[in-house]
Design a binder for this molecule. Structure first.
Ligand code: NAD
Length: 762
């Protein structure tokens, strides 16, 4: 299938600019057009301004500064003819049907036939958007509804009309999946599509029921968040995040377009408190605050009855392990989730073809851990139906049809879902998607202990999976990796290091390290450091290729395993770094030696031992973490030849393919040679740190930690003419680590990190 080589986005506002950035992140050139602003210094001022602003925005829309160069700013008066060279035009202008239609006619006059045109509209039906437009335009038109922020939200709702060319829609969906990294969910042409239709109902119900029950916002959020696998922002925290000011617009639009009798109308009440908050600028985090705000003395929450702020109180989240019990004991949980789940059921098939589409939309559009139908299966469809009926809530037809059944069932390797016809249908992954989760349905691990497992993922490739808490490294998973390295060459070709947790790995298990330090079990700690070094080196020089596939956080030991793999296939959202200094330590599983070798071999580095050592010193002492996989390439955590996968679902497939490609003619690497700056370098680093201290950028204990780091990176007592071996640098790492872990300053840092999740600046 042909793909999209060049794209255009029209409307350089919140969404349009960030959608253009995601095309650029995918390496695709994109034109970003907006109107000409009278009196502006440049005719492209709006698009130019949007690009400049995005380079300063956090979380960043661009994965690297380089990507920004792929976005060409322009305006709709001068640059529309350039659409003739684009394969996909995304319209993301303000939500006004009349303006959108005028623009479509202008686009149609210049585009090539077969160029896809899509709207990012949140509320206007496709049938309305294309009314009166030529048939040739209607054939190439669809809705692609991105979520905010488009780089980070993985959901893309795709709506086609009866006349849309399905091959063209498939081409757009395929590109959005592979290149933009989106999970494409097909939605019907109905108001609010899927995620917002259900999400807004849930939010609105959450607000009204809390007010009616006289709950505090903290109690409401604690009840409706975590116990249901919903982010802890719950209802009020989420409204603060998206902005209170958006709510009345979305509600009004849904109220105007949803059919009479839709359950939404009963929730769409006038809420004087919210009106007052918006009028006074309390529109959420982007304004002066919302239901929560930062007060002079800490976090505050609004009193829903008096509209006054008071200090926020910690509300205890109820136990979510038994959801039936929770729904029986908490009237609030029941009234909000009971009605929301019932509404979700009523959306099939009106808004979505099947239950899976609704679940995926809520998982990826609202970050729910479980979709509504997965939640219903936990609760029991029959139990839900009975409780709804007992409380005089309508029982949706599909729930009645599900009597005695669950919405999902597992049959061998298949996961089936219940269709509207009352029969089960096979759930299929998009073509080419391989998930460990699926392999586990029928396979048994080849090797396994309490912290890791090894799976056969086919074609001679094995997968090493960390299974410990937060995928941290401990003695057990190191031992299993050691075993796996011996196991692979017996009957297999390559090893992939991958898992499906929330993050790839947070590094060594600090809790264990702290425990050992508190009982002065120094030999245990030394053993852990030494075995980590030895096993990672064994992986590096093994006779078969290994491919590590990081996603999310890969820090500390989670980064060092990457540095010792033959190659990396990273998810685009990989946050990689050596963060040990933050907890008062230095990287000691080869992190220093590997980064020194990489920077020294970098062609852009000036000659001599100092520049590479300085660069590594700067990165490690400041615990630099990449902001994306593309940024990790700039920091040399990834090599130029390492791969980046945009869609999280495709990471294992790509890593396996890379491993197989390497296995064709694999030879382990040669050991690098080192030249380090010696005493002079060490003095130079010390001066730099002193300077940081003077400027207030480094703390007293930073100086102690940096003191150990500079010893490692300058080569210890080695003279500049000495050529230390890899092993000598590893010895320096180990010695520095063991000295630091015995110090109170380090233990205080580790303890703070474990209890608060934040670094201690002692
Ligand atoms: P916005 O107000 O931030 O930006 C709209 C941009 O369109 C402005 O820069 C404006 O100058 C430009 N514009 C207006 N008329 C134009 C025209 N005729 N030609 C070219 N440019 C024009 O709006 P937004 O929040 O980015 O929303 C854009 C679209 O995306 C809307 O359809 C909205 O419903 C949809 N949407 C928004 C969100 C969100 O969270 N903001 C999420 C999903 C979808």
């Amino acid at each position: 299938m042909e793909t999209i080589r060049k794209a255009a986005v029209i409307g350089a506002g919140t969404m349009g600019a960030a959608i253009a950035a995601q095309f650029a992140n995918a390496g695709v050139p994109v034109l970003l057009l907006d109107i000409v602003k009278p009196d502006a210094p440049s005719r492209n001022a709006l698009a130019e301004g949007a690009i400049a602003k995005m380079l300063k925005t956090e979380p960043a829309p661009f994965m690297s500064k380089r990507a920004a160069k792929l976005v060409t700013p322009g305006n709709i008066e001068d640059d529309l003819p350039q659409l003739g060279s684009c394969d996909w035009v995304v319209e993301a202008i303000i939500e006004r049907l009349d303006l959108k239609q005028v623009l479509y006619r202008e686009i149609d006059a210049v585009r090539r036939p077969g160029t896809a045109v899509s709207s990012n509209t949140s509320t206007i039906p496709l049938a309305k958007l294309t009314e009166g437009l030529p048939e040739s335009f209607r054939r190439d038109f669809l809705i692609t509804h991105f979520f905010n922020p488009p780089r980070y939200m993985r959901l893309l709702e795709l709506v086609t009309g009866p006349e849309t060319d399905q091959d063209l829609a498939a081409k757009v969906a395929n590109f959005a999946d592979l290149m933009l990294g989106k999970s494409v969910v097909k939605a019907k042409d109905s108001p609010g599509f899927i995620a917002n239709r259900l999400g807004v109902f849930w939010l609105q119900t959450g607000v009204i029921e809390a007010m009616d029950a006289g709950l505090t916002v903290e109690e409401a959020d604690a009840t409706i968040g975590r116990p249901f696998g919903i982010p802890k922002t719950g209802v009020f925290g989420l409204i603060d995040l998206v902005g209170l000011d958006l709510m009345p617009h979305i509600n009004a639009s849904l109220a105007a377009t949803l059919p009479q009798g839709d359950a939404f109308h009963a929730t769409n009440r006038d809420l004087p408190l919210i009106k007052k908050m918006i009028a006074e600028g309390y529109i959420g985090r982007k304004g002066k605050g919302g239901f929560y705000r930062k007060g002079a003395k800490g976090r505050e929450a609004i009193d829903l009855s008096t509209a006054d702020y008071r200090p926020a109180q910690k509300a205890k989240a109820p136990d979510g392990r038994d959801l039936r019990k929770l729904l029986t004991q908490s009237t609030y949980a029941w009234r909000v989730m009971g009605q929301t789940l019932a509404y979700a059921i009523s959306l099939v098939p009106e808004a979505a073809e099947d239950v899976h589409a609704i679940d995926e939309a809520m998982r990826l559009g609202y970050n729910w851990k479980f979709g509504p139908f997965e939640l219903i299966d936990k609760i029991g469809a029959d139990w839900l139906a009975e409780k709804l009926a007992a409380d005089n809530f309508p029982v949706p037809a599909l729930l009645t049809a599900a009597k005695g059944k669950s919405f999902y069932r597992q049959e061998g390797a298949n996961r089936d879902y219940l269709g509207t016809d009352g029969a089960y249908h096979k759930l299929t992954r998009p073509e080419g998607v391989l998930m460990l989760e699926d392999i586990k349905l029928t396979a048994k691990p080849l090797l396994k202990n309490a912290s890791a497992a090894v799976w056969d993922i086919g074609d001679g490739v094995l997968c090493f999976e960390l299974t410990s808490k937060s995928n941290s490294w401990d003695q057990q998973n190191l031992e299993l990796l050691d075993k796996a390295i011996d196991f692979v060459p017996q009957n297999h070709k390559a090893l992939v290091i991958y898992n499906e947790g929330s993050h790839f790995s947070v590094g060594a298990n600090l809790g264990l390290a702290l425990f050992a330090a508190n009982i002065a079990a120094w030999s245990e700690i030394e053993k852990l450091v030494a075995s980590g070094q030895q096993i990672f080196k064994k992986l590096k020089y093994a006779p078969f290729p290994s491919v590590a596939a990081p996603f999310g956080m890969a820090v500390g030991g989670g980064c060092e395993i990457l540095l010792h793999s033959s190659a990396i296939q990273a998810h685009a959202e990989a946050y990689i770094g050596l963060v040990e200094c933050g907890v008062g330590l230095v990287p000691a599983w080869g992190g220093c030696s590997e980064m020194l070798a990489r920077w020294a071999a970098n062609k852009a580095m000036p000659r001599g031992p100092m520049p590479a050592a300085s660069k590594v010193f700067e990165m490690v002492s400041t615990a630099t973490v990449s902001k994306s996989a593309a940024n990790a390439k700039e920091l040399l955590f990834l090599r130029e030849s390492d791969g980046i996968t945009m869609n999280r679902y495709r990471l294992l497939t790509d890593a396996k393919a890379k491993a197989l490609a390497l296995a064709v003619s694999y030879a382990p690497p040669e050991a690098p040679t080192y030249q380090l700056p010696g005493e002079d370098g060490s003095v130079g680093f010390a001066m730099a740190v002193k300077d940081f201290r003077k400027k207030g950028l480094a703390t007293p204990y930073d100086e102690v930690v940096a003191g150990e780091l500079r010893r490692v990176l300058s080569g210890g007592d080695a003279d500049i003419i000495d050529r230390p071996t890899e092993q000598q640098i590893l010895n320096l790492e180990r010695a520095a680590f063991t000295r630091l872990i015995k110090q109170d300053g380090t233990l205080a840092r580790i303890e703070t990190m474990l209890t608060t999740g934040k670094p201690l600046r002692n």
